[in-house]
Design a protein around this ligand. Structure first.
Ligand code: AMP
Length: 195
């Protein structure tokens, strides 16, 4: 059962109304299902918009931010709980430990770095938590095409590619993620089986 979800997303926001609507829908879905939001703790960009939406609807928000980013990403003052870490590595570890799954919204390098790190941890069987990309307005279409190229070139196994949910509708994404049942051992076993 998913009680908390970590959302990786941009420290920038492009103002796209379709993205804003998707963020609102995701926030409402989280609050309705009593799922706590775990995120990077900033008040800027998609991060800030998402945190504000969850709070507006009465949800719980935990931010995890390193001290040195408190000014740069303008640590959110109104969230339920703020965890201050001493560095980026500790931030990512705490975010992962606090969460039952991971959702990726549009973002830049930071978002992709966080996404692929937690995805490689799943691939290696270090955790068995679901990972979903909320692919709003096709923002991540090219990334999924690149993954297909990686499969074609045999640098990525199809069943490892299939570990990621790719979905445009927040409610459907959370439903799919809730049914994800791989244990770390199963993931590891599946991976070895194909070699
Ligand atoms: P971006 O997607 O580049 O806008 O960044 C989104 C979030 O990812 C911001 O909170 C960044 O501080 C964070 N971030 C960027 N690089 C890293 C990293 N190497 N480890 C952890 N978080 C990062």
């Amino acid at each position: 059962m998913i009680k908390s979800l970590c959302v990786y997303c941009g420290a920038n926001f492009n103002g796209d109304p379709l993205l804003l609507k998707a963020i609102e829908d995701l926030a409402v879905t989280l609050v309705r299902q009593h799922i706590t939001l775990v995120y990077g703790g900033g008040s800027v960009g998609v991060m800030g918009v998402l945190a504000d939406e969850v709070l507006k609807h009465g949800g719980k928000v935990i931010g995890v931010i390193p001290q040195f980013l408190m000014d740069k990403e303008v640590g959110h003052k109104g969230i339920t709980e703020m965890v201050i870490t001493s560095n980026m590595h500790e931030r990512k570890q705490r975010m992962a430990d606090l969460s039952d799954g991971f959702v990726v919204l549009p973002g830049g390098f930071g978002t992709l770095e966080e996404f692929f790190e937690v995805l490689t941890w799943l691939q290696l069987g270090l955790h068995g938590k679901p990972i979903g990309v909320l692919n709003v307005v096709g923002y991540y279409d090219h990334l999924f095409l690149q993954m297909e190229v990686m499969v074609q070139h045999r640098f990525l196994k199809q069943n490892n590619k299939d570990l990621v949910f790719n979905e445009a509708n927040p409610q459907v994404l959370i439903e799919k993620m809730s049914s994800f049942s791989a244990t770390p051992d199963e993931v590891w076993f599946k991976d070895r089986n194909l070699t």
